[in-house]
Design a protein around this ligand. Structure first.
Ligand code: ADP
Length: 249
C-alpha cells in the first residue's frame, strides 16, 4: 500500500482584494468595546472586547499585603493573575494554571509596574485578576488594556494607561490586531503594550521572525491602533465618572 504523507494545509489569510478573512484592511482594528466598573465587589474593574476576544479585569487594593512576607517596605506589591476560563477556547482548557498563563501573568505585571506609582502605597498589595472569557487572539494585549483601565477605575495613581495590541505578519504583510486564525497561521506575532502619553513601550514580545525594518514598521502600526484604543478607554472611564457626578448633582 502506498504511504500517505501527512500534510498540513495552511489556509489563505488574505482575499483576492487584499482584505483579511474577516473583511478588515491590514491596518484595521477589530471592533473595540470597553466597559468600566462592571463588578460591584472589586475596587476597580473593566470588560474589554477586541472583536471575539473578551477579557474581564478586577483590581483589589491597595490592601494589607498578605501573607506578610510579600510586603515591600518602600512600595506596593503588584500581583497579577492572567487566567483563561475553561470555556474560553474552542477545546476546553484545563482550569489549572499553565506555564503560558504563569509567563503572561509575569509580563503583564512587569508592564503595569512601569506605570503604577507603587511607592505611594508601601507594605500593601494591589491584586489584579485577568480572566479571559472568550479567546480569539490577542488575549494578553486585551488583558493588559483591561487591567490598566481597571487600575484607573480603582483610583490607583498611574503615569499613564497601558494599551495592548498585537501586530502580526501574514502572507508577507504587517497587520494590526491579529485574530486567532491569523496568529495560528501567520508568520509572526508581535504583542505590544504601550503607554501612549509618556511614549513608552512597556511590553514587547515577538513570536516568529521580522526584519529590523518590519519591527520598526510593526511598532508604528501598533502605535496607531493604541491611539484609537486609548480614546475608547478614556471615554469609557469618563462615561462612568460623569454619570456618577451627574447622579450626585
Ligand atoms: P494571545 O491570546 O495573547 O494572542 P497566544 O499567542 O499564546 O496569546 O494565543 C493565541 C490564541 O490562541 C489565543 O488568543 C487563543 O485564541 C488561542 N489559545 C491559546 N491558548 C489556548 C488553549 N490552551 N486552547 C485553545 N486555544 C488557545
Amino acid at each position: 500500500m502506498a504511504e500517505v504523507e501527512a500534510v498540513s494545509i495552511k489556509p489563505r489569510l488574505l482575499r483576492e482584494d487584499g482584505t483579511r478573512l474577516d473583511g478588515r484592511r491590514l491596518d484595521e482594528l477589530r471592533p473595540v468595546k470597553i466597559k468600566v466598573g462592571v463588578l460591584k465587589n472589586a475596587n476597580g474593574s473593566a470588560l474589554v472586547e477586541y472583536g471575539g476576544t473578551k477579557v474581564l479585569a478586577a483590581v483589589f487594593g491597595p490592601r494589607e499585603a498578605l501573607p506578610r512576607h510579600i510586603a515591600l517596605p518602600d512600595r506596593a506589591t503588584l500581583r497579577v493573575r492572567y487566567h483563561m476560563a475553561p470555556f474560553s477556547t474552542s477545546e476546553r482548557k484545563s482550569p489549572a494554571p499553565s506555564r503560558r498563563e504563569i509567563e503572561l501573568s509575569k509580563v503583564i505585571r512587569e508592564a503595569l509596574e512601569s506605570v503604577v506609582f507603587s511607592e505611594q502605597f508601601p507594605r500593601t498589595s494591589i491584586d489584579i485578576f485577568i480572566e479571559v472569557l472568550q479567546a480569539d487572539g490577542g488575549t494578553r494585549t486585551a488583558g493588559l488594556t483591561a487591567a490598566s483601565v481597571a487600575l484607573a477605575d480603582a483610583g490607583i495613581p498611574m503615569k499613564d494607561l497601558v494599551i495592548g495590541v498585537a501586530v502580526g505578519k501574514i502572507e508577507g504583510n504587517l497587520v494590526l490586531d491579529i485574530s486567532e486564525l491569523e496568529d495560528e497561521y501567520g508568520e509572526a506575532d508581535l504583542p505590544l503594550g504601550i503607554a501612549p502619553n509618556i511614549g513608552e513601550i512597556v511590553l514587547l514580545q515577538l513570536n516568529g521572525v521580522l526584519t529590523p525594518e518590519e519591527l520598526k514598521a510593526g511598532i508604528e502600526l501598533a502605535w496607531k491602533g493604541v491611539d484609537s484604543i486609548y480614546k475608547i478607554a478614556k471615554e469609557a472611564l469618563y462615561a462612568k465618572y460623569i454619570k456618577a457626578f451627574e447622579e450626585v448633582k
